[in-house]
Design a binder for this molecule. Sequence first.
Ligand code: FMN
Length: 327
Amino acid sequence: MKIGNLILENNIFLAPMAGVTDKTFRIICREMGAGLVFSEMVSSKGLYYGDNNTDELTDIDLRERPTALQIFGSDPNIMAEVVKKYINPRNDIDILDINMGCPAPKIVKNGDGSALLKNPPLARNILREIVKVSKKPVTLKIRMGWDPNSINGLDIAKIAEDEGIAALTVHGRTRDMFYSGEADWDFIKSIKESIDIPVIGNGDIFEPIDAIKMMDYTGCDGVAIGRGAMGNPWIFKRIGFLMEGKDDYKPTPEEKINMAIKHLNMICSIKGEKVGVREMRKHIAWYLKGMTNSNVVKNVINTISNKDDMEEVLSKYLIDMNAFKTK
Ligand SMILES: Cc1cc2nc3c(=O)[nH]c(=O)nc-3n(C[C@H](O)[C@H](O)[C@H](O)COP(=O)(O)O)c2cc1C
């Protein structure tokens, strides 16, 4: 699949997730076969005013590329300035993605994220000003609309095409659904049928077969996986297997624990031990979900604040797992 001039290895992508798709997880997902990874959303105002925490959010590693950096905001001038001063000079950013989907109250109250779906003229202006100055392909991520009375994702999709957006990710939910209910794949299909730029379908791919079904059903050019990749980076490789007609495989408990240990070491080396260990708690809970006695292990993990102890608990769990197997 191609986005702008960029040729991607495949069309199965890691969706942007604040608090999840940091550099470490993006590296892991690329190693596990994701064709493109999206960063956590970054505030355009934060970048504009030189906010310290944007440095970490925008840090990109060679191993994860190609990488799409996602920004949010609603001031076309600030966003265009950020593109000129900050995004264009960065050789490690492959794609610039614009967020018009985030439903979080603290984002929409400023008119950012999915609030822009309610204001098509402003959405157009933002895209126009950004595309005018961007030296990278610009992509856009949207939802169906704000609520059931305002399903205008199609208008926004047409605006995106008009304004030179290189690809559009469509999450088949309205803002007021947040992450509840079912993603509407018919909506993704109708967008795909109505515009000529690549459409990336998004919503409710939890099993490898779901990706194939979404592409078959909607005709979308690629898919982006969010929650289905949490603690489950194997999903990318497994979808690749299915697409190549190979047999599916499930990661073993040993593979999951070993991945958690690798993730722990990598995140601590990138973010430092204090932050790494704290952030790892949720990842470990996702990796161990559904495994024998995992609740006990998770409770212990949540009390630990240093890396060696956390690794020891996981290693011990691995030994216990092998013991269960041989019983
Ligand atoms: C914890 C979390 C954080 C998210 N952060 C972002 C974000 O920063 N930018 C964005 O465009 N979407 C964000 N999303 C939405 C996802 O990219 C995706 O659209 C949504 O989860 C639906 O896809 P899924 O069913 O595969 O999870 C987030 C979702 C979750 C669960």
